[in-house]
Write a protein that binds this ligand. Structure first.
Ligand SMILES: [Zn+2]
Length: 287
C-alpha cells in the first residue's frame, strides 16, 4: 500500500548553506567557486573579493568589525537550564553540558558595551555556534538587560541577529522571549533612544518575527536568508512557486521589509553616520 509509505524528502539544513571559512591557504568561494587567497579575506572581513559573497563570521570577529577596541562583555553569568527535561534526538541538558565543556561559556547571544567610532553603544551579537543561535530564555533575558542598559546610559542599542529561530527545547518559554524583548525595545522607543537591527545570514523563525524586524532601521547584509518559515513550507501552503531570491535581503528591501542592504566592509561607517544623523549631529548616511 503505497499510501502509507512516507516519501523521503531531501533535507536542506540551514547549516549546510552557511559554511564558515574553512582552514587552508586557498579557499573556494561557496557562491562563485573561485579560489581566494585566505590572507585576502582578512582584509575584506571575510567577503569574497570576486563576487561579494559574505562568509559567516563568529561573534568575536563581528564585534571587532563594528566596535573600537576595548568593549566590555555584559551579563555573561547567565546560563540556560533545562526546565522541561527535554529529550528528543538528544538530551537538552547534555547538549548544554557539552557546549560548556567545549569552552562555549557564552550563550547564543553576547551583549557588550563599547564604542562605535567613538560613540557609546550597547551591542548584542548572536552566536551561531551555540545551538544555531536559537532564542532561549537566556537569550531573551540578555537582550532585555541590554535594552535596559542602553536605556540607563541613554545610548543606542544595536542587535546583530542570526538565528535558527526559537529554542524548541525550552517550549513556550522560548516563545515568550519574543514579547519580552519587544516590550524592552518599546521602552527605548518611548525614551527616543535609537535601536538598530542588523540582520545577517540566516535570520529565521521567532527572531525574524520579533526584535530583528523592530529596528528604527532594519539593516541587512547582502544575500542573507531572512524569513519566518522555510520556502518549502510556504510553497506547500500557498500552492505557488516562489520567485527567485525570495527571503533574501535584496528581495526584502525591494518589498519594504528591510530598509537598507549594506555590505560588511561598509557597515561600521554606515552605522556611525546613521547614529550621528539620528542624534542630529551630521549629514544623513551616504547612499
Ligand atoms: Zn565569490
Amino acid at each position: 500500500m503505497s499510501w502509507f509509505i512516507k516519501k523521503r524528502q531531501q533535507k536542506t539544513a540551514v547549516e549546510a548553506r552557511t559554511v564558515r571559512v574553512p582552514e587552508g591557504l586557498w579557499i573556494k568561494c561557496d557562491a562563485c567557486r573561485e579560489l581566494i587567497y585566505r590572507a585576502e579575506l582578512v582584509n575584506t572581513r571575510n567577503v569574497c573579493p570576486k563576487c561579494g559573497y559574505h562568509f559567516r563570521i563568529g561573534v568575536e570577529e563581528r564585534l571587532a568589525s563594528l566596535l573600537d577596541p576595548g568593549w566590555t562583555v555584559l551579563f555573561s553569568h547567565l546560563r540556560s537550564v533545562d526546565p522541561l527535561g527535554f529529550v528528543a534526538a538528544k538530551s537538552y541538558a547534555e547538549q548544554l553540558r557539552k557546549l560548556v565543556e567545549s569552552g562555549q561559556t557564552e550563550e547564543a547571544v553576547v551583549v557588550v558595551e563599547g564604542r562605535l567610532e567613538g560613540r557609546e553603544v550597547v551591542l548584542a551579537a548572536m552566536n551561531w555556534d551555540f545551538l544555531a543561535a536559537s532564542m532561549g530564555s537566556v537569550v531573551g533575558e540578555k537582550l532585555r538587560l541590554g535594552a535596559e542598559r542602553a536605556l540607563e546610559k541613554a545610548c543606542p542599542y544595536l542587535i546583530v541577529s542570526c538565528s535558527g529561530g526559537a529554542r524548541m527545547q525550552e517550549g513556550t518559554l522560548s516563545l515568550m522571549q519574543m514579547a519580552k524583548v519587544s516590550a524592552a525595545l518599546a521602552k527605548l522607543d518611548r525614551a527616543g533612544i535609537p535601536y538598530l537591527s542588523i540582520l545577517t545570514d540566516p535570520t529565521t523563525g521567532g527572531v525574524s518575527a520579533s526584535y530583528a524586524m523592530l529596528g528604527d532601521l532594519n539593516i541587512a547584509e547582502p544575500k542573507a536568508l531572512i524569513g519566518f518559515a522555510g520556502p518549502r513550507v510556504i510553497e506547500q501552503t500557498i500552492k505557488q512557486t516562489l520567485p527567485d531570491g525570495f527571503q533574501r535581503s535584496e528581495f526584502l528591501q525591494a518589498h519594504g521589509m528591510v530598509d537598507k542592504v549594506v555590505t560588511r566592509t561598509e557597515l561600521r561607517r554606515f552605522l556611525a553616520l546613521t547614529l550621528a544623523w539620528m542624534a542630529g549631529e551630521g549629514a544623513p548616511a551616504a547612499e
